[in-house]
Design a protein around this ligand. Structure first.
Ligand SMILES: [Cu+2]
Length: 153
């Protein structure tokens, strides 16, 4: 008499626990699935691209004229010319569009200096403040996938 009653009590409990276990497992899998796809892309795009961002100034002007910069990127300006240049953000003479560019400022021949980190998606034009009308000394930094507006810079 004792054995049959115990088996009747135990049988309903086992399926109830199994259902709970399935709900918990399903909930854990669903939560993990939503968060994982966005993570791998961020480090892959910023780190390799930021390594070699350089604009070189020579007697013929700045090169490259247009450069893509990832969000948070920093650009190094190198003066390979025989005269001093002053790299500043557009517009001349207020230099207010992209203040990170104004960190470069005066570059004697042979000198190089970095911009600040670019944190806003924007087409950042710059010029040589000592030669503001020289189109060869004007360029564009395209931050965070911003579109190149084309000339005039
Ligand atoms: Cu200027």
């Amino acid at each position: 008499m004792i054995d049959p009653t115990r088996s009747h009590v135990l049988l309903p409990r086992v399926p109830a626990l199994a259902v709970l276990a399935i709900i918990l497992v399903a909930g854990a899998c669903g939560g993990g699935g939503y968060s994982s796809p966005s993570r791998p892309s961020a480090p892959a795009t910023t780190q390799p691209a930021a390594a070699g961002l350089t604009v070189t100034i020579s007697a013929t002007g700045v090169a490259p004229r247009s450069l893509q910069v990832p969000m948070g990127g920093i650009v190094t300006f190198v003066n390979s010319d025989s005269r001093t240049h002053q790299i500043m953000s557009n517009p001349h003479p207020t230099h207010t569009d992209c203040p990170s560019i104004n960190d470069v400022s005066m570059l004697a021949p042979g000198q190089s200096r970095q911009t600040g980190a670019f944190m806003v998606t924007k087409a950042c034009g710059y010029h040589d403040h000592m030669n503001p009308n020289d189109a060869g000394l004007q360029g564009m930094l395209l931050v965070g996938g911003a579109q190149d507006p084309g000339t005039p810079y």
